[in-house]
Write a protein that binds this ligand. Structure first.
Ligand code: SF4
Length: 334
């Protein structure tokens, strides 16, 4: 008897307004995700940047042990649900290789969202997508499957994925190029004219979320410092470089941050290591950085759901003051 090929169901064909939470890996893959849905004719709603209300809502939906970044994510999902989107995009990202994995929080994210809302007696429709290259599901495979569920043909989906991947690549390259230009122009200045240069090393959703890293960036700039970001870099290059530091750290983002830190070390006066409490990968990687990367002062900042960024500005100001004195020859010569 001839086998009947099962055609995947277009169960998401009626979804027209797709919400994308402005949190977690949106800060890394936002262009890819957004363009993919738009290429397939969907209206994409990205909610407003985080604020105190986002955190309070996410905190209410979470168990205590949840990290601040995941709490913010839940707050963003709730904001999109209030805006009446048909479904919220919540990818599950496992990794791209044995030592290029993501934190387990990203792997469990669709289940976390569905369960957190169910426990609160609320409902949210989730569009999940699973990228697991070591397990045989590449990013392209995952999007191909999603396109079919959205009712698009294979050809339309492939075109949409390729356009979206190109948009993300172009954005990443531009960010890396811009920072490289800045580093080059700083290195051409006479030492006396060079502004204090600080490298902020943090997961992108910590570094660039205005409610979290934005406070640090503003405080640094208000003190006249030039700010570099460890994640705005050539990812393939820094990932490779990270193997000089460790061959066994499994998390891709921490690896890239370490590689970037090694590459930019000689160009900066100080480093701000920033983390969202309680973060397993950062607690291990940041400890290793503090113990093994020497020669530049490091300020470690941990932001939690209770205190938020209270006190962060004062710590950043003191750090910059100390570095400025050091640059002028130290306290004895100031
Ligand atoms: S890496 Fe840390 S901050 Fe990011 S999701 Fe995982 S536990 Fe949370």
């Amino acid at each position: 008897m001839a086998k009947l090929a099962m055609k995947p169901a277009a169960d998401l064909a009626a979804v027209r307004r797709v919400g994308i939470p402005r949190a977690l890996l949106y800060y890394r893959y936002g262009r890819l995700w957004r363009s993919f849905f738009e290429e397939l004719g969907r209206e994409v709603v990205v909610d407003a940047p985080s604020d105190r209300g986002t955190l309070e809502t996410g905190d209410r939906l979470s168990v205590d042990e949840t990290c601040l970044a995941s709490k913010l994510f839940l707050g963003h999902v709730a904001a999109l649900a209030r805006q009446g989107v048909d479904a919220v995009f919540v990818p599950s990202l496992m990794g791209y290789g044995r030592f290029d994995t993501f934190c387990t929080k990203f792997q469990a994210l669709p289940d976390l969202v569905v369960n957190a809302f169910a426990v609160a007696g609320e409902q949210v429709r989730v569009i999940a997508l699973r990228v697991d290259e070591p397990g045989g599901q590449s990013e392209e495979d995952a999007f191909m499957g999603l396109g079919v569920r959205l009712g698009a043909s294979h050809k339309e989906t492939r075109r949409a994925y390729r356009a979206a991947a190109a948009a993300q690549r172009a954005y990443d390259e531009e960010m890396a190029r811009e920072q490289e230009r800045l580093v080059k122009s700083l290195s051409k200045l006479p030492a006396a004219d060079r502004p204090l240069t600080i490298l902020v090393a943090a997961h992108p959703y910590v570094a660039h979320d205005p409610f979290v890293g934005g406070v640090v960036e503003d405080a640094l700039r208000a003190q006249g410092a030039c700010v570099l970001f460890a994640d705005e870099t050539d990812r393939a290059r820094v990932l490779k470089r990270s193997y000089d530091f460790s061959r066994s750290i499994p998390w891709i983002v921490n690896r890239e941050l370490i590689g970037s830190l090694l590459m930019l070390h000689e160009h900066v006066d100080g480093i701000v290591l920033m983390s969202a409490y309680p973060c397993g990968p950062d607690s291990m990687a940041d400890d290793a950085i503090e113990r093994c990367i020497h020669g530049k002062p490091i300020l470690t900042l941990t932001v939690d759901a209770q205190t938020g960024t209270a006190g962060v500005e004062t710590r950043v100001e003191s750090f910059v003051d100390i570095l400025s004195y050091q640059k002028k020859g130290g306290y004895l010569n100031a």
